[in-house]
Design a protein around this ligand. Sequence first.
Ligand SMILES: [Zn+2]
Length: 547
Amino acid sequence: MVLSTLALSIATAVSAVDAPTFDPQRLSADVKTLSSDAFEGRGPATAGETKTVDYVIGQMKAAGLQPGGDLKNGKRTWTQAVPLLRAEIVGTPTLTLKLDGKNRALTQGNEIAVRAPLDGSKSVSIADAPLVFVGYGVTAPERQWDDFKGLDLHGKIAVVLINDPDFETGVGDFGGKAMTYYGRWTYKYEEAARRGAAGVLIVHETAPASYGWATVKNSNANTMFDIVRDHPASVHPQLEGWIQRDLAVELFKQAGLDFEVLKKQAQTREFKPVVLKGESFSANYKVDAKVITSHNIVGRLDGSKRPDETVIYSAHWDHLGIGEPDAKGDRIYNGAVDNATGTAALIELARAFAKAPRPQRSIVFLNVTAEEKGLLGSEYYASKPLYSLGKTVGVLNMDALDPHGPARNFTISGSAKLDLLDELTATAKKWDLTYAPDPKPEAGHFFRSDHFSFAKRGVPAVSFSSGDDWVDGGLAAGKAAEDEYNANHYHQPADEWQASWSFTGMARDLQILYTLGSDLANSNTWPNWSKDSEFRAARDASSAERK
Ligand SMILES: [Zn+2]
């Protein structure tokens, strides 16, 4: 019964907005191919990359796109080369605290987790650097907030809290419980680098971080990647790491300070940095650093009236490659849901747009690499854009879409306030879908998907996510499937294509994403961020380009 009612409402909506139909069988076939063992888990700079890039280019060509990548002899190619820095600490790092003249050795992974440097260093040698507590380490002019108060961080190690100043109280200038970008660990490193710090040690606390120490340890004490940057030291201090809360409490105590008292002060504008007197930090280790090259795949349709204005659809093609075997001995991390689904969706959108009358603005289909290594393909594109970011209308990203049946709702990664989300919500309403906001905005999911590389440079961007209130089975069924995926498939060799997947939910959601992109590409409006968004200033800075 429920199904037939929905079929009717879809049919009405489709004719009302005139969206093309998308083919679940073709989505299934693309996902099946991209996640087959032959593609070896699609690791960047592996044989799996070559296969993936060839396949996606083949599909884009067949769809009728033009190449939109790097220029070679005055002609666009299908890819953008993405040089990646791969860095690993050689052996066990020597990490030492000096408290009142006495040395204390710290164990990597135990009370401290320091990652391989991404500033290009071949070795790290920090001797007796002073430690300064800088509260939440935030400089937010639009919120009249500055934790540094003119402090010179050169040669010093900043000790900083995770999340933003109003996380604990739930009320204040940083979105209450929801995390602004000022709360994300990447921001802490970037701000300290802008101030010339020798290093940053983030105090780990489970609630504000939203994950336990095991996650910190596992994601820092191994091989690290970044894009090759023109000025890496402007983004990365040489030393980037975390310490356990117990160690921080002890450091404060030894310096005659109270951690909880200072944390409370850090939640106010009046906070001033505090030197941890009589304490210093030393670090010594060699680094194995080399450059590997991966590729973003870029297809394009030139706009009929304003080709220099661009709407971007994006999805990452990479996954984890070949790694540790699971209980069955399977070593190939196929990444069917994550993110063969998004890549298949991108190709299917390309097919539809190439067949339709050409929109006024250009559309770029951007299939990025190295998302799993830290959003690096999207970061590279956004740092070296092939088409002006100031004239990029918006970015619609797709990551790990649900291959099952349709839902009555949708969501985005994390939470944010921007016109693009309002427009997506209004478009989805034509299909009777409601927007389900992120139930845990304090976890900062907005900063963990490829759209964010654009957002932080001011480009309106969201990452679309499938809903969990299934037409067939409701929230109970949707949530059960999500839990099952997270427990048994997510980032495991068992994220494999299944014959039982209908792909009808994706096919329906693609009508919504197509309609929104088409509307944007045929309008002359420029969606923006809300007035109080931390990304608004970056967008407004390029407003002259959009006159
Ligand atoms: Zn993904």
